[in-house]
Structure formats: C-alpha cells, structure tokens
Design a protein. Structure first.
Length: 255
C-alpha cells in the first residue's frame, strides 16, 4: 500500500506538533505534501519545509470567506496537489490523508493503516479535547465528523476533498452554526457512505487560552442541544407518534 498526506491550515505553532506527524508518517512510509498560505512568515515556512521534506508544495492565498470555507478550499487544493504529482511521476497512491499542522498525534496503533481493506469508507481519527474518549460523545451523540484528520481511497477522497465546491453552490455558503464538523457529517449522509474511527488518538496545540477555548465551546451549546434533540427525534419519532396515537385511541374507546 502507498500512502500520501497533505497538511493544510495555519502553520501556527506547528514546530511543537509536527514531530508527532513526522513520526506517524515515517512509521507508515507516508509521502508528505504541504499547502502553505502565502501570508505565513518566511522563517516558519522554511522551517516546516526543512522538517517535512515534502514531495510537493502549493502556496495559496486565502479567499475572502470565513475560516471554515477557507479550510475546505485548501483541502481541495491539497488533494489536487497530490493528484498532479501522481500524474507527473506516474505514481499511484492507495490512500490519501488530510491533516492539520497544529494536531498532535498522541498515540496510534502501529499497524492500523495496514488493516484497511480499501473499501469505500471514510476513516477518521479519535479527537481528544479534554479526556481520552470524548470523541465518542462528539461523533456519535452530536453527529459530527472530525475534519482535521481524515482519510480514504481515491473514490472517497475525490468526493470529500471537493466539499468546497458543494458549499459555495449551496444555500448554506456561510456554514450556519460555524461548525464545519456538523456539515461534514451531513455531507457523508448525503452519499450514504460509512465512516470508521481508526485507533489514532490526536489532540490540538490550541492557540486559544483554555478560558477562550471553553468560551468558544459554551457559545455552541445551543447547537449541541439542538443536535441531541434532533437526533433523538429522528430515531424515536415513530415510537412517540405511535404511543400518542394509542393513548388517544384508548381514551376514545373507553368512553
């Protein structure tokens, strides 16, 4: 199997995080590609190139949109960069990985990528915010998908790495709720694809202070409540309707 990874997003304090990504890539012999914003500092760019030794680089200018739209725009360009490299070098990768500069791969199964069976499945990592297994709450209860680390074969990534094209043509081009992960999950449902969580635990090297990060999460509480209620109703609405109908019918015949 041949693996490729494109890294996008802001370089930020990635000098503190990139070593964990390099370790992961070296373990699986993953070729690295970089998407770099032209606004980044030259010394930061030079350092990240020296560390990563990428097979290819694309320099981009952020578009005039919110950060989530920009993220998906750069994801599209990252995937396109790898496909261009494949064509130029007559190379073919079996899997394509999207990662951010500011994630830390805390722990992973050294054989996890060798267990993939090349089915049309979107694979994601285990995101850790505060405790080890809080990704279960995020993914399964709140109906969101981690967008900072995901991967798949060419058929899968051709769809999801071009999510940007769907967004800008939709009526939700401002990405309501400002939750890219929610829209990512809805996009998956649209294509009836499965997703699988790999044994790859990662976290963020946040620029935000803990207090600001907490305030950011608190601001999304209305969405979280709405998501939980909606998911509950989607699952149990017919049961609830049947119970109400039976109750009314029982009351009627008892007269």
């Amino acid at each position: 199997m041949k693996y490729s990874m494109f890294i996008s997003g802001g370089i930020r304090n990635s000098h503190d995080t990139i070593s964990s990504i390099i370790d992961f890539c070296e373990n699986f012999k993953i070729d690295i590609f970089l998407v770099i914003d032209k606004s980044e500092k030259k010394e930061d760019i030079d350092k990240i190139i020296e560390i990563c030794k990428p097979k290819g680089i694309i320099y981009v200018t952020s578009i005039n949109a919110n950060s989530h739209i920009n993220m998906w725009y750069k994801i599209k360009l990252g995937y396109k960069l790898i496909k261009k490299y494949e064509k130029q070098t007559n190379t073919k990768y079996d899997y394509y990985i999207r990662a951010r500069y500011d994630i830390i791969i805390d722990n992973y199964d050294k054989n996890c990528l060798y267990k993939l069976d090349n089915k049309n499945i979107l694979y994601i990592g285990k995101r850790k915010f505060f405790i080890k297994n809080d990704y279960i709450l995020l993914n399964f209860i709140l109906s969101i998908l981690n967008d900072e680390f995901f991967m798949g074969n060419n058929k899968i990534m051709k769809i999801y790495c071009n999510f940007y094209d769907i967004i800008i043509k939709s009526n939700n081009s401002d990405m309501q709720y400002n939750l890219s992960e929610y829209h990512f999950f809805q996009f998956l449902k649209l294509y009836y694809h499965e997703y699988k969580v790999l044994d790859i635990l990662h976290s963020f090297k946040h620029q935000k202070t803990p207090s600001k990060h907490l305030l950011n999460l608190i601001s999304k509480i209305p969405y979280f409540l709405n998501s939980i209620i909606t998911k509950f109703l989607d699952k149990y609405i017919f049961i609830i309707i049947n119970i109400i109908t039976l109750a009314i019918f029982y009351k009627f015949i008892k007269r």
